[in-house]
Design a protein around this ligand. Structure first.
Ligand SMILES: [Zn+2]
Length: 321
């Protein structure tokens, strides 16, 4: 278990607690030993979804939900996998791998025998925090493999090396190495002390408003990205841009970088291409929404508890800005 003390560890999808063994995983012999070790664990993934076995009858449903691990003693799945098991890390003496079974057709008996394909954001709240973080890691890594089968330089097929953490172009004149991508996105709560700005997209559920957010562009610092996005989406000028914490967000490959920023101007000019609405909310309105439970009634709702957006809002409410 890796012991950490930092502001990001409160964020959901952090804290997998694995040692990624980034030096050892470059050695083919070492990896081969881990692959063959009887205690190694092989997490099954199918087209970005995790497989969940039905709980045995009589057990409380929530208590027994776990993603499916493949049986090393019955290795039919090694043939079915679309790429070699991707090495994730070690926990004590136990190595963890992810196995991509995306090549199996939907409804294939082998797949049905394992369990029900389930979205990470559904499963994440039924497993413990460190497992949710491990699943986020796997979703990000395997998602990258799915989208980077060809070299971006010359278009030739790439091959997987270093336990699934590098792809190398197979064209001998190219041999470009490709590394897993993480796309930085800034997400920020803009406030003027007692009020904050939140916006809503048309796809949001009824009454929901959230922090503004956007991708960092080439040649831009994080603070510049925050200021640009807030100006574009809400027409507000900001200062005092302060980093708060980060969160892996593998939907499909983002790293959310959370900020608070102070508004210099207050007149909203909403970009209606990006947002359906943006408004100032008072601390009281936001506090009330953070405590509200029960059915939708059209009143303000905050983003879900697994999001860094919610964390940014809650920290502002508690005066930690
Ligand atoms: Zn190439």
């Amino acid at each position: 278990m890796v012991i950490m003390t930092n502001r990001s560890q409160k964020n959901f999808y952090t804290g997998a607690g694995l040692d990624r063994a980034t030096i050892a995983r470059k050695q083919a012999d070492w990896l081969a030993q881990r692959l063959a070790a009887p205690e190694s664990r092989f997490l099954a993934v199918w087209r970005g979804l995790f497989l969940v076995a039905s709980p045995p009858q009589g057990t409380p449903e929530e208590a027994s939900v776990q993603p499916v691990y493949l049986d090393p003693a019955s290795p039919w799945w090694r043939e079915a996998a679309t790429l070699a098991p991707a090495f994730l890390g070690v926990e004590g003496d136990v190595a963890h791998f992810a196995v991509d079974l995306s090549g199996l057709e939907e409804g294939h008996p082998d797949l049905l025998g394992l369990g029900t394909p389930t979205e990470l954001r559904t499963l994440a709240h039924q497993v413990d925090r460190s497992t949710a973080s491990l699943l986020a890691y796997v979703r990000g890594l395997l998602g990258w493999h799915q989208r980077h089968r060809f070299c971006g330089v010359c278009g030739t097929v790439t091959e997987v090396i270093e336990g699934g953490h590098v792809r190398r172009c197979t064209n001998p004149d190219c041999k470009t190495l490709h590394f897993p991508r993480t796309d930085p996105a800034v997400i920020m709560l803009v406030h003027d002390g007692d009020r904050c700005v939140m916006g809503r997209q048309a796809r949001f559920g009824q009454g929901m408003y959230s922090t503004l957010a956007g991708f960092v562009e080439p040649g831009e610092s994080l603070e510049e990205a925050v200021a640009r996005e807030v100006m574009e989406e809400a027409g507000i000028q900001v200062t005092d841009v302060r980093y708060q914490s980060s969160q892996p967000w593998p939907f499909p490959s983002s790293l959310m970088l959370g900020f608070h920023a102070r508004a210099v101007t207050t007149e909203l000019k909403v970009d209606l291409e990006e947002l359906e609405d943006a408004r100032w909310f008072t601390r009281e309105e936001v506090r009330e929404a953070s405590l509200r439970r029960g059915p939708l009634d059209g009143s303000l709702r905050l983003p879900p508890a697994d999001s860094i957006a919610r964390r940014l809002i809650e920290d502002w409410l508690e005066g930690e800005v």
